[in-house]
Design a protein around this ligand. Structure first.
Ligand code: ADP
Length: 338
C-alpha cells in the first residue's frame, strides 16, 4: 500500500476504484480505462441493444430495455403496440436509475404511465426494463447469481470465469408481481444491501444455507433434481463472452486514448462482477455488470443496539479468496518469464 504516493515502479498495480493514474509506464493495472463508464446501466443497455439489433437471437439474454427520459415516448408506444397484438400480455417493468447500485432508487411498475417522470427522472436518467416475472426459486425464494469474470486482455480477447460465485437470496417468499406486492423489495430485489435489513436475513455459516450461498451449492441442488447443469454453464459462458464482445469496441477506444500504441504504458486486466438471474426454465439473463465488485470477506454484525463488529463470512471467503488468488496467478509476471 502506498498511502502517500508511490516512488518505484511495480509489477502489478491494484487500484481501488478506476484506472486513472498518469504516471504508470510499465507493469499491469487491475482496471481498464473507461470500464466504469461502459458498465453503467445506460451505456451497458445501449451496447447490448446495438448487438440485439444486429443479432437478436444471440443476444436474447438481456431484458428489453428503454432509456429514460429520452425514450419515454418510444417505451409507451412499443408497450401499447405489444399489448394490442397480445391482449393476454400483462407485463411488469423495473425502473433503475443510471449509476445507481445496491438497489438504490429501483421500483416496479405495471404501466408506463406509472413512471415518476416529474422531477426525479428528468434530473436522474434511468433504464426501464421488462421485469422477469418467472425466476427460478429455491426454497420459494428469488435469488440472483454474482459471478466473477477476469478480463485478462482486450487484444487478444482473454476471458476467465471463476468456477464458483455467490447466490444472493431475497428474504420474503416470491410471488409474481401484482399491484399489491410491487413495493415489497424483500420479495422482488435480491440485493444483499437491502435484504440485510429484513428481519428474515440469515447470515450463512456454511456455503449451502442462509441468505448468501455459493453458486456451486445451488448447482448441486439443481443437478440432484435432474437439471442439465452442463448446458446451464455453457449458456452462462456464452452470455459472459457476448456481453464483453458488446463492450469491446468502445473499451478499445478508451484504451487507445489513455495508453496510445507505441508509447510506454502498462497493460490492463480487470475482475468484473456479473449479476445474472436464472429464469424458471434455467435460462440465464444478464442483469448488470459491476466494474468494482466488492471483495469483502467479512460482514457487519450488530452485537447490541448500535454496536457493530466485523465477523468473517465463510461464503464470501470461499469464493473471493479463490478469485483473487487465481487472478494473481494468471497475471503473475514471473510466470511469463518462466
Ligand atoms: P443495482 O445495481 O442497484 O443492484 P440491478 O440491476 O442489479 O441494480 O437490480 C437490482 C435487483 O433487482 C437485482 O439484483 C434483481 O434482483 C432485480 N432485478 C433487476 N432487473 C430485473 C429484471 N429485469 N427482472 C427481474 N428482476 C430484476
Amino acid at each position: 500500500q502506498f498511502p502517500f504516493g508511490r516512488r518505484l515502479p511495480c509489477d502489478i498495480y491494484w487500484h481501488g476504484v478506476s484506472f486513472h493514474d498518469n504516471d504508470i509506464f510499465s507493469g499491469q493495472v487491475n482496471k481498464f480505462p473507461g470500464m466504469t463508464e461502459m458498465v453503467r446501466k445506460i451505456t451497458l443497455s445501449r451496447a447490448v441493444r446495438t448487438m440485439q439489433d444486429l443479432f437478436p437471437l444471440e443476444y436474447n439474454f438481456y431484458p428489453r430495455s428503454w432509456i429514460l427520459p429520452e425514450e419515454f415516448p418510444v417505451f409507451v408506444a412499443e408497450v401499447h403496440m405489444m399489448k394490442d397484438s397480445d391482449p393476454s400480455w400483462k407485463p411488469t417493468f423495473i425502473v433503475k436509475p443510471d449509476g445507481g447500485c445496491q438497489g438504490d432508487g429501483i421500483y416496479l411498475i405495471k404501466d408506463p404511465s406509472d413512471i415518476r417522470l416529474t422531477g426525479s427522472i428528468q434530473s436522474r436518467p434511468a433504464v426501464v426494463q421488462e421485469y422477469i416475472c418467472k425466476p427460478l426459486l429455491v426454497d420459494k425464494l428469488k435469488f440472483d447469481i454474482r459471478l466473477y469474470v477476469l478480463l485478462k486482455s482486450l487484444e487478444p480477447l482473454e476471458i476467465y470465469i471463476a468456477k464458483d460465485g455467490l447466490s444472493r437470496f431475497c428474504t420474503e417468499p416470491y410471488q409474481e408481481p401484482t399491484l399489491k406486492n410491487l413495493h415489497q423489495v424483500f420479495m422482488h430485489l435480491t440485493n444483499y444491501s437491502l435484504n440485510i435489513h429484513s428481519g428474515n436475513f440469515i447470515h450463512s455459516d456454511n456455503v449451502n444455507t442462509g441468505s448468501k450461498r455459493t453458486f456451486s451449492s445451488i448447482l448441486c441442488r439443481l443437478s440432484s433434481r435432474g437439471a442439465d447443469v452442463k448446458k446451464l454453464w455453457s449458456d452462462i459462458i456464452s452470455l459472459v463472452i457476448k456481453t464483453i464482445i458488446a463492450l469491446t469496441p468502445e473499451l478499445k477506444v478508451y484504451y487507445q486514448s489513455d495508453i496510445p500504441a507505441g508509447k510506454p504504458g502498462p497493460t490492463c486486466f480487470q475482475i468484473l462482477g456479473f449479476d445474472i438471474l436464472l429464469m424458471k426454465n434455467l435460462k440465464p439473463m444478464l442483469l448488470e455488470v459491476n466494474a468494482n465488485p466488492s471483495m469483502r470477506i467479512e460482514h457487519e454484525q450488530e452485537l447490541s443496539p448500535g454496536v457493530f463488529e466485523n465477523v468473517p463470512s465463510p461464503v464470501d471467503e470461499e469464493v473471493k479468496v479463490a478469485v483473487i488468488r487465481d487472478t494473481l496467478r494468471l497475471v503473475d509476471p514471473q510466470k511469463k518469464k518462466r
